[in-house]
Design a protein around this ligand. Structure first.
Ligand code: AMP
Length: 194
């Protein structure tokens, strides 16, 4: 298996780039944001609980997200590997992911961080808000989400850097150029499918 974490602040392009890479490498995409939005749309108890946090731009509690990821990994048994998008967002989540993968005799192989300045992130998120229908894609939402990112998520980069797994790339280039940079990095570890 090959497991990649696409890391970066909200609006850095993790979802867009995951979609561009999936088929090239035959990987499965796991986005905790998408999974939580599915729970919200389904009005499940988890979704109702999660929405309170998401609407305030806060992270959903670790235990909720970790149990969701754990079931998802178990559900997709035959994967060539995973692209994790928007997870882990805290050091506790990163540790839990390491344990879950170790149990499956695998690990995180690479963490690629998309570097984008905060003004550009805010511009992208507000622009996305015009069409995404996401209640958190607003100018006020960005401020809280960035605060959560700086306090709780940014330390996750150091966690992986200590393991020698972190690569930082420029996320401000045009989408296709970022995809090319990512492919060059991933090619060092994994061959594209067919
Ligand atoms: P995203 O679509 O990845 O930007 O996530 C949207 C929102 O879902 C975030 O602002 C958080 O409130 C919540 N969320 C997504 N992934 C996580 C996670 N790994 N840990 C905690 N909260 C999360």
């Amino acid at each position: 298996m090959f497991n990649l974490v696409l890391f970066g602040p909200p609006g850095s392009g993790k979802g867009t780039q995951s979609a561009n890479l999936l088929h090239t490498y035959g990987l499965k995409h796991i986005s905790t944001g998408d999974l939580l939005r599915e729970e919200i749309a389904g009005l499940t108890p988890m979704g109702v609980e999660a929405q309170k946090y998401i609407d305030q731009g806060l992270l959903v509690p670790d235990e909720v997200v970790i149990s969701m990821i754990s079931s998802k990994i178990d559900e997709i048994a035959d994967a060539r590997g995973f692209i994790f998008d928007g997870f882990p967002r805290t050091t506790a989540q990163a540790e839990a992911l390491d344990n879950l993968l170790e149990f499956k005799n695998t690990q995180i192989h690479m963490v690629i961080s998309l570097d984008v300045p905060v003004e550009e992130l805010a511009r992208r998120i507000v622009e996305r808000g015009a069409t995404s229908g996401r209640t958190d894609d607003t100018a006020e939402g960005v401020i809280k989400r960035m605060e959560e990112y700086n306090n709780k998520t940014a330390p996750v980069a150091a966690y992986y850097d200590q393991q020698g797994k972190l690569t930082v790339i420029n996320g401000t280039l045009p989408i296709d150029d970022v995809t090319q940079t990512l492919t060059r990095q991933i090619d060092k570890h994994l061959l594209p499918v067919a």
